[in-house]
Ligand binder design. Structure first.
Ligand code: ATP
Length: 234
């Protein structure tokens, strides 16, 4: 479904990704883990069309999308939940969600998609008319994920959805992500919470200093002593 082939991304003259390759197959939940500053956000933003890729190729459903205009990535079937959520905090939850369905193919199914989102995150039902900024951190993350789902993506990109959330809320969040995937949406998840991410992912990639240094089945990576030591402190 998604094929990232040897991509390089720079910030000015400074390289942030040195030739990264990865794949997400239909129906998969794949995570990308690694330390602060490794390049995870840069990678996910490149896949969402937010950062331009200088070298290498992005292919989605067999189509080369490397040069596609940023606003067309959503139409192509890729939606991102960005780091820090980026909600319109003064607008209502309902309006934030509606904004996610601006593309024609999503607009036509707005009502039923909203029903699915509210089934996934029932806590949002009573908050639809509240300003998004008045919600708790966990609920705001639900709105951010809900907004992306409103576009009815084939591939959902999630950048650190657990950041800043209380441990119990994090468990709920990962449960919801697994459910989204089980319902048929492929997921690429960037996380610093390695233990949780690896538990729900089928496969994982480890990024360090702009390069993939390990990849494989999440269960197998979790068993490798060097991964356990570096990322789980075991
Ligand atoms: P974090 O988890 O802290 O967000 P990350 O793994 O997502 O880390 P990136 O944010 O992708 O890492 O950053 C990768 C590298 O690129 C870092 O060295 C960072 O300092 C640098 N970088 C990120 N954004 C910019 C920018 N706008 N301009 C210049 N350098 C940047």
């Amino acid at each position: 479904m998604l094929e990232v082939a040897d991509i390089k991304v720079n910030y000015g003259a400074a390289p942030a990704l040195w030739g990264v390759s990865l794949k997400v197959e239909p129906g998969e939940l794949v995570c990308v883990v690694g330390p602060n500053g490794a390049g995870k956000t840069t990678l996910i933003n490149a896949i969402a069309g937010i950062h331009r890729v200088r070298e290498g190729q992005l292919r989605f459903n067999g189509r080369d999308i490397t040069q596609l205009a940023s606003h067309k990535f959503c139409q192509a079937g890729i939606a991102i939940v960005p780091e820090g959520r980026r909600l319109f905090t003064g607008m209502s939850v309902a309006d934030n969600l509606e904004l996610g369905s601006f593309i024609a193919s999503a607009k036509a199914h707005r009502k039923e998609t909203l029903a699915t989102v509210l089934e996934l995150f029932p806590a949002l039902k009573a908050k639809l008319q509240s300003p998004a900024g008045s919600l708790s951190g966990g609920q705001q993350q639900m709105v951010a994920i809900g907004r992306a789902l409103m576009a009815r993506p084939q591939l959902l990109l999630l950048d650190e959805p657990s950041l800043g959330l209380a441990p119990l809320i994090v468990v709920d969040m990962f449960r919801a992500i697994r459910k989204i995937n089980a319902q048929g949406t492929s997921v690429l998840l960037v996380e610093q919470n390695v233990a949780m991410a690896m538990q729900i992912a089928h496969r994982a990639y480890v990024v360090e200093e702009g390069r993939i240094v390990a990849d494989g089945l999440a269960s197998e990576l979790l068993d490798r002593p060097e991964i356990r030591q570096a990322y789980l402190g075991l």
